[in-house]
Design a protein around this ligand. Structure first.
Ligand SMILES: Nc1ncnc2c1ncn2[C@@H]1O[C@H](COP(=O)(O)OP(=O)(O)OP(=O)(O)O)[C@@H](O)[C@H]1O
Length: 605
């Protein structure tokens, strides 16, 4: 019941009034269906199979009227009424089916959009804590279960209405017999609750199995190169075999529940029908025609009873998926980046930094249960229209610092300020709008180069596109491609080299005309020639926009106005390149020394 109420609430919340209109139409169809059965009475009388002039049916006005008419006329009336009934019923049914599909697809799309929207507005912290494959599974597998569940729910409503109307007709025919059968039905339903509980449990298991499948498959394709080059095929095959066994067990358990419940229903219904017929004839002395009609009604009704039971089990299986999606939506909402609902990102104005972006006493750790902080008491200023470089060993906290500066992560302690004003929900998006960020592992959407560029600046002209490509030292290779800007670059731009991808993403970043450009080792895959070109381009931008660069190759930050050296989550040195180079005992001089030695070794070999 709890499962059912949950579905009713969700569907009602979405469909509202339309649901009642459909329910009314269902009642009409069921009523017309019942009328069809009554037509059998005069038909049986006319054909001489049954005497309808005596007994119960002879009191019905319509039967009396038909009896008084000549046989040929009453037959035409009956057949005509039959055609009218079936046509009317079919027309309403057709419209109902179409409306049901509208409600069903509308409802599913509503859930899909609600979930996707919630995900779009969740903060970065939410995503780093979630497994990507679980989110994919929610939007595919779990949504699929919900789709099936809501479809079954519509069927369930139809079955219930049909059953109620048929019960009403049966009550009219014989109150005693109908009450007797209903009581039997209630007893059968009471004992079948256990199947619904088991189906719900299976729904939870199937959710877990679905998650592990998508997780494993995602890992597989993300790591396909490692799998091939390290010959990990066997271990992956074993994983898949394990999964298949789990899946088979779960499917078998689900099929067993369904088979057991059908067996239970069929056996108990045959018992009830046998007792019912015996009681009708021997105890209640029911008249032949009335008995026949009741039997007809109940033979049509029982499969519906059974259908209702099957529907309930299917709904119970779908409920865990539904709850999981709702929980995900709630989690996203709790991690919402900007609290105002319905805030239109298109109207967010970029922020102008007059003087500086600042970190004041900022500390941060990814896991609040761990002692170690990824950032510890960070104090720094990034001056407007200057170039700031951040250097440090791997794991020193450079990327975390950038994420804090972009407002992707919130400091555990301390503040990020823009011109002295703390970064909050209101100015956070404005700051983000003024930033172009080029990550270590640049991402390109599946499409052509033009689409990838226009995504960020839909109104950019052809000339602006080429200017951006020139800036990022990629115009030359794009020109050489078979379809130039219209060349498809495939899934994640896989057909391009790492360096080409980096350059395209840099061009895209520039096209946005940012006031802050952040490069997180964005030139790490480039050869010296292309790196120099980008270096020169960045030099030309100096003084025109704020540039923040994370770099391992120190030659690329020679012209930086400020270098920040990080180690174990803290800033250990900061200042101009030459000043730091002169601090012989500093970490920066050590890095420089190492890179010089590396260069000399390479040159010597
Ligand atoms: N999502 C995360 N969850 C938990 N810890 C993390 C996460 N990301 C980074 N860390 C930890 O935070 C610390 C700083 O990581 P960060 O990525 O900022 O270093 P980095 O200097 O950018 O390193 P690299 O140069 O290798 O990219 C590291 O100890 C790292 O293990």
């Amino acid at each position: 019941m709890e499962h059912l109420l949950y579905f009713i609430k969700q569907l009602h919340g979405y469909a509202g009034k339309i649901l009642y209109v459909n329910l009314l139409a269902m009642m009409l169809i069921s009523f017309l269906d019942g009328m069809g059965i009554f037509l059998l009475l005069p038909l049986l009388g006319i054909s001489g199979i049954m005497d309808i002039n005596t007994g119960w049916s002879s009191h019905l006005g319509i039967i009396k009227l038909l009896n008084e008419l000549p046989k040929s006329v009453s037959l035409i009336i009956i057949v005509g009424a039959y055609i009218a009934l079936i046509t009317g019923q079919s027309l309403i049914q057709r419209n109902l089916n179409l409306r049901d599909i509208k409600i069903h697809t509308g409802f599913i799309n509503h859930v899909r959009l609600e979930t996707y929207n919630a995900l779009l507005h969740a903060n970065w912290d939410f995503f780093i804590k979630k497994r990507k494959s679980d989110l994919i599974n929610s939007l595919t597998g779990e949504l699929g279960h919900v789709t099936t569940g809501s479809y079954v729910f519509m069927q369930f409503l139809t079955s219930i209405i049909f059953t109620l109307i048929q019960v009403g007709i049966a009550l009219w025919l014989s109150v005693k017999l109908t009450v007797f059968v209903l009581c039997c039905g209630l007893v059968v339903s009471f004992f079948s609750r256990t199947f619904i509980k088991k189906a719900n449990k299976i729904g939870n298991q199937s959710l877990e199995i679905g998650r592990s499948y998508i997780g494993g498959i995602t890992d597989h394709f993300n790591g396909i190169k490692d799998i091939k080059s390290n010959m990990l095929e066997e271990s992956r095959r074993n994983w898949m075999i394990d999964w298949c066994q789990q899946f088979a067990r779960e499917r078998f358990a689900a099929a067993k529940i369904s088979a057991n419940s059908q067996l239970y229903y069929k056996v108990s219904s045959s018992l009830i029908i046998a007792v019912f017929i015996y009681a009708s004839v021997m105890l209640f002395h029911t008249q032949g025609q009335q008995l026949m009609l009741i039997i007809l009604v109940f033979f049509r009704l029982w499969p519906r009873f059974q259908g209702v039971q099957t529907n309930l089990e299917q709904i119970a299986t779908a409920i865990p998926a539904f709850k999981s999606l709702k929980a995900l939506q709630n989690e996203c909402r709790a991690s919402r980046e900007v609290k105002e609902e319905n805030r239109d990102f298109n109207y967010v104005k970029p922020l102008h930094i007059a003087d500086y972006l600042e970190c004041r006493d900022v500390s941060f750790r990814y896991n609040r249960n761990e002692e170690v902080r990824s950032l510890q008491d960070i104090n720094l200023r990034i001056y407007s229209n200057q170039m700031t470089a951040v250097v440090g060993r791997s794991g020193a906290g450079k990327s975390t610092l950038i994420d804090i500066l972009m407002g992707l992560l919130q400091p555990e302690k301390g503040q990020v300020l823009v011109d002295g004003v703390p970064l909050t929900g209101t100015n956070l998006l404005s700051l983000r709008k003024s930033i172009s960020y080029v990550p270590q592992d640049p991402f390109l959407f599946n499409g052509n180069i033009r689409e990838n560029l226009l995504m960020i600046a839909p109104d950019a002209t052809e000339e602006q596109l080429w200017d951006a490509l020139e800036f990022a030292a990629s115009a030359e290779f794009v020109r050489k491609l078979p379809q130039g800007l219209d060349t498809l670059i495939g899934d994640r731009g896989i057909r391009l080299s790492g360096g080409e991808r980096q350059r395209l993403v840099l061009a895209r970043a520039i096209l946005r005309k940012p006031s802050i450009l952040i490069l997180d080792e964005a030139t790490s895959s480039l050869d010296t020639e292309n790196e120099t070109k980008i270096q020169e381009a960045l030099d030309r931008l100096q003084g025109k926009l704020t540039i923040i660069v994370i770099a391992h190759r120190l030659s690329t930050i020679r012209n930086a106005n400020q270098v920040i050296v990080m180690d174990q989550g803290t800033i250990v040195q900061s200042g101009g390149f030459n000043k730091l180079a002169e601090e012989k005992n500093g970490l920066f001089a050590k890095f420089l020394g190492n890179q010089l030695t590396d260069l000399q070794t390479t040159a010597a070999t």
